[in-house]
Design a binder for this molecule. Sequence first.
Ligand code: SF4
Ligand code: FES
Length: 248
Amino acid sequence: MDIKVRVWRQAGPAADGKMVTYDVKDISADASFLEMLDVLNEQLILDGDDPIAFDHDCREGICGMCSMVIDGTPHGPERATTTCQLHMRHFNDGDVIDVEPWRAAAFPVVKDLVVDRTAFDRIIQAGGYISAPTGTAPDAHAMPIPKKDADAAFEAATCIGCGACVAACPNGSAMLFTAAKVAHLGLMPQGQPERDTRVLDMLQAQDDAGFGGCTNMGECTTVCPKGIPLTLIGRLNSDYRKAVTRKS
Ligand code: SF4
Ligand code: FES
């Protein structure tokens, strides 16, 4: 298939950016979106142009690195799919596809499609850990955990920290990410000692990093490649209220 891509090019954090149009010819419908960009970059290098900078690592939907907005939607048009798992068969021959970086004040552009997501690291550093010694893997059923809690914790733990929720939110809020991280530890017995300080410190770090507040728009969960549910934000707010009450 032959397509055109209009890609955000920005030489550096302080440079002005603009959309630049490229023709990409003879792309296999089975190629991933990133492979299509690889082909375009080979073409740009052969032409003596600067290749497009974009983040990627696992290309298996695990690492959360492949942050780009495709035709206005973080991670593109397929639900529950990271950019690296998106294939060209979901587009049509002759399409013109817009590709932009995450747009959020807390995720400044580094170059082209690469943004600085260390703000997420600061939220994790503030409370995304447990202090209970865990040792080696325990015997099965040594610590009884209700199945519904184990399932809910596992679901929350599938958040890959990609930042699509922030990019989709009109407020640039990181609440879905923080809610997932607070829930996946707070649902387990090992996560109880820091349960209150975790939610207070992670929300403080989120505010300090410049993320916006949540107004229940729900755009975040719609684009989340792991289907993290909005109900976890309700759980986060409940944990926050209890922590504030216990602290005062
Ligand atoms: S909640 Fe979903 S969209 Fe947000 S960082 Fe986690 S996986 Fe990505
Ligand atoms: S490159 Fe790892 S999730 Fe896409």
